[in-house]
Ligand binder design. Structure first.
Ligand SMILES: [Zn+2]
Length: 173
């Protein structure tokens, strides 16, 4: 039986997939990220081979340059999931604290680690349901997790999580 190849996204496709998960409004409005969010409401997106902070990726794609290293994507609008690039500015932890104090805002901190509990929302750009079904079939055919990881270009730990059901719980086994 032929094995389905892993999906490879071009940069254009990856960008389109990113913006498809943003509710793009008018220029001055907030553009919320609709997919995976962490407990503080910040968006996370798979892009290339990395999990990225959605608002920083929006800034990079809009301004066509890498986000300044060591900086966090702070929001002038105080709306964590917002991906309107003009509402995002690169700042440090100290900037964030000063900004928060100036605005009397104590509700939001800096972005935290994403919650990886919702398969489709968080991992959609990396693997699709069909890939997961294929992985499970390959296990039944005797493939090792290492070989599957190489085939799908993901980490062996990620394959392990998927196969043990800690990700993609909603899919039938
Ligand atoms: Zn905003």
């Amino acid at each position: 039986m032929p094995v389905m190849p892993a999906h490879h996204f071009s940069k254009e496709e990856a960008e389109a997939a990113f913006w498809a998960k943003v509710t793009i409004g008018r220029s001055g409005e907030c553009w919320p990220w609709r997919a995976c969010r962490d407990k503080d409401g910040y968006g996370w997106a798979w892009f290339g081979d990395k999990m990225r902070r959605a608002q920083q990726l929006a800034w990079e794609l809009h301004y066509r340059k890498p986000f300044p290293s060591g900086m966090s994507g702070l929001h002038s609008c105080d709306t964590p999931p917002c991906c309107n690039p003009v509402h995002v500015w690169p700042g440090t932890q100290a900037d964030n604290v000063a900004d928060r104090d100036r605005k009397g805002r104590h509700r939001y901190g800096l972005p935290t680690k994403p919650q990886m509990d919702r398969g489709e929302a968080c991992w959609n750009a990396k693997l699709r349901n069909v890939d997961v079904a294929t992985m499970r079939r390959l296990v039944h055919e005797g493939w090792t997790q290492k070989r599957i990881a190489a085939r799908f270009k993901v980490s062996r730990a990620h394959v392990s999580k998927i196969l043990s059901g800690r990700l993609w719980k909603h899919l039938p086994a």
